[in-house]
Write a protein that binds this ligand. Structure first.
Ligand code: FE
Ligand code: FE
Length: 292
């Protein structure tokens, strides 16, 4: 299919780059905390900020099989840049330097709040490190990618879109909705083939997975790769594509999600004071320099 996705990512207005964490905030608030009722969920969604709706309108229109393949070919050789993990954290932080401090935490503070909450609960060191790293794939924005190609919920392409995807109505504008081979629950994939065989909509999760895949335990890699796959880890969709390994490790993805969503607090982490602990932790698992 000759879909006109923007090769450079520049066909659509990218929007303010300093708003990135705000998208994540909106994703978070959109989902009810466990004790909230379904009506409140719908109420909230009805009130979603127009920018969020616009974000998903673009996201869902452009995340096609062809687009995902093109972005994988562009970024997965990991030949854009070489950075230490801490350099990547500081690089990512430049994304929000100009932002309004009342509306968005710097990325590094979200990452440290997540990892510190995991540490406080006495989890293993690889889990703490995963909290620190999990959003580093957002450096894609600094390589010129628009937000809809970096953040937001993820879902498989190449098969029928689930109605559990947020703003699923916008998927009618996705050209893949007209491709007959993509309209069955498993589409181009074999039933139960496992998510490793499945092309996910492109974003920071899949990208970071490839950057760190040689260094972290499988639990951590699942958390990183699927933390935005809400249709599956929150809604239970796409079971027909999963294998037993996926079902097992999604328990860890859900465990991680509690920390990603609900650790935001007014108390700002002291980055300088925490740095020595995290530099040690990084050195325990990762090489001094990573290919991005
Ligand atoms: Fe994320
Ligand atoms: Fe996050």
């Amino acid at each position: 299919m000759s879909e006109t996705y923007p090769q450079s990512g520049r066909t659509e207005p990218a929007g303010p780059l300093d708003d990135l964490e705000q998208w994540d905030d909106d994703v978070r608030r959109r989902y009810p905390e466990p004790e909230k009722k379904a009506e409140e969920f719908r109420d909230y969604r009805a009130e979603a900020r127009p920018e969020v709706k616009e974000f998903y309108r673009l996201h869902h229109r452009h995340q096609t099989v062809d687009f995902v393949r093109a972005k994988r070919a562009e970024f997965l050789p990991l030949a854009k840049r070489r950075m230490s993990p801490w350099e990547a954290l500081e690089f990512l932080n430049t994304l929000v330097d100009d932002s309004d401090p009342d509306t968005a935490l710097p990325q590094i503070e979200h990452l440290l709040q997540t990892s510190e909450a995991i540490r406080r609960d006495g989890h293993p060191r690889w889990f703490v490190l995963t909290g620190l790293l999990h959003d580093l794939g957002k450096v894609l924005c600094l390589f010129g990618e628009p937000q809809w190609a970096v953040v937001g919920d993820t879902y498989p392409v190449g098969c029928a879109f689930s109605d559990k995807i947020v703003f699923a109505e916008f998927l009618a504008d996705n050209p893949d909705s007209l491709a007959t081979e993509y309209q069955t629950p498993c589409g181009i994939y074999a039933t139960g083939c496992g998510l490793d065989e499945v092309l996910m909509s492109w974003g920071h999760d899949e990208y970071l997975y490839h950057v760190v895949r040689d260094y972290l335990p499988l639990e951590a890699l699942y958390m990183i790769r699927y933390h935005s796959f809400y249709p599956a880890h929150r809604e239970g969709a796409y079971q027909e594509l999963m294998n037993d390994r996926d079902r097992h490790y999604f328990g860890w993805v859900r465990e991680f999600n509690r920390y990603d969503l609900y650790t935001k607090s007014a108390e700002r982490p002291d980055v300088a004071a925490l740095r020595p602990y995290y530099e040690d932790l990084i050195a325990e698992f990762l090489p001094p320099v990573l290919a991005w």
